[in-house]
Design a protein around this ligand. Structure first.
Ligand code: ADP
Length: 380
């Protein structure tokens, strides 16, 4: 941690995963000095960043000491020590997104209260402290149980269908949500600059891998009406304004079978549902975040070409040193852009990379994406 930074502006990023890596790639365009901190010695940013520190993101002193060396601090994961960020903010370091927003996002219970207090549409919910209270909610079944803290990528979320599912219930502070009748899952990334300007990227649609409960395909633009598109973008802009943060905020929403938009969850950082902006939009989500961090005007969020993003997930039951099978065949397909995150080890459903397929015709992009899914395999 002793080495001095050598360029003008020092940006510190909590987390050194793939999101940080794509942020770093874009940062070269602005000749920014980027530093990362991550607990994993093999984190994706490790080998390509000048400044990489190993450390627990929940350790007050480590986060504080790291931030003290920076002009601006941001995050690529929300599970970080907020008290350290609050102290940094008080001492004049710019922390974007601001700690008060991270605090809300870290806790699905606080998120739900935030939606409710501000009349943002979201599914009905209850909070419990332990699974002992579940029998009180029998008339809510089937329901979705979510751990308030620590869950990610579908971990910490499960459906409880009936009383026989009580055995598998999580034990601890949770929210219970009504099972939503989902037609489509969409996401909008809103952005807010230091001067208060707000924009939103057009909605994308997400298709989940049913077994892993995480995004497998993403379609840009989403196949929704103009009316829903406008409403979703407005909703995301209102949320980033209300939560009063600078930076980018992914707003995941459900479109129900009766065409109602419900906010599912928010993430105040680059997001899996914005990867395709690198090739498919005028400005990428990474560029947009950097613009926010360095107090530059927000970029145009328009789609330049339709795209489909495929997450490259580790094949089920493959563990160990990673191999990519079929990459040459995949890259022979026109419009294919491969992103490999540089993680040495694969495991079942681990996010190891992604491919963005661009095509003027979204149906063709979808067909190509299906081929990619069947050809490009992450194995060990
Ligand atoms: P994570 O934070 O792990 O991504 P989410 O809260 O986004 O978890 O839930 C993961 C997925 O579970 C959602 O994308 C959706 O498919 C499903 N899901 C979550 N909440 C509900 C709900 N209330 N009704 C129906 N499905 C839900």
């Amino acid at each position: 941690m002793e080495k001095p930074f050598y360029r003008g502006l020092k940006i510190g990023v909590l987390g050194g995963g793939q999101l940080g890596r794509m942020l770093l790639q874009k940062s070269y365009s602005y000749n920014l000095e980027m530093a990362f901190i991550d607990p994993d010695t093999h984190a994706p940013c490790r080998e390509i960043s000048n400044w990489f520190y190993r450390g627990d993101l929940n350790d007050f002193k480590l986060v504080y000491d790291f931030g003290k060396k920076c002009d601006v601090v941001t995050i690529e994961i929300e599970n970080v020590n907020v008290a350290a960020l609050e102290k940094l903010e008080q001492e004049g370091i710019k922390v974007f997104p601001q700690p008060h927003a991270i605090k809300i996002v870290q806790d699905k219970g606080l998120q739900k209260l935030f939606y409710k207090e501000n009349a943002f549409p979201s599914s009905e919910f209850f909070m419990i402290e332990s699974k002992k209270e579940l029998p009180l909610f029998m008339d809510l079944f089937p329901l979705v149980q979510k751990l308030r803290k620590g869950g990610y990528d579908g971990k910490g979320v499960q459906i409880l269908r009936d009383i026989t599912d009580l055995d598998k219930a999580f034990d601890g502070p949770c929210i219970l949500e009504k099972l939503v009748d989902i037609k489509q899952e969409i996401s909008v990334i809103a952005c807010r600059g230091q001067n208060g300007d707000v924009k939103a990227f057009p909605p994308v649609e997400m298709e989940f891998n049913p077994e892993a409960n995480l995004v497998e395909f993403l379609f840009s633009p989403a196949n929704i009406s103009k009316e829903i598109e406008v409403a979703a973008m407005e909703l995301a802009k209102n949320i980033i304004t209300k939560i009063d943060m600078v930076g980018i905020l992914a707003v995941e929403m459900f479109l129900t079978n009766d065409n109602t938009l419900l906010v599912n969850e928010i993430a105040p950082r680059p997001h899996n549902s914005g990867h395709q902006t690198i090739e498919g939009n005028v400005t990428s989500q990474y560029d947009q975040l950097l613009r926010c961090l360095i107090a530059m005007p927000l970029g145009n969020t328009d789609i330049t070409i339709p795209s489909v993003m495929v997450n490259l997930l580790g094949e089920k039951d493959c563990m160990g040193a990673v191999k990519y099978q079929g990459i040459k065949e995949a890259m022979a397909i026109e419009g294919v852009n491969v992103h490999i995150y540089g993680k040495a080890e694969t495991k079942s459903f681990r996010k190891m990379g992604h491919v963005t397929v661009v095509d003027r015709d979204i149906d063709k992009a979808k067909e190509k994406a299906k081929i990619i899914k069947d050809t490009l395999k992450v194995i060990s």
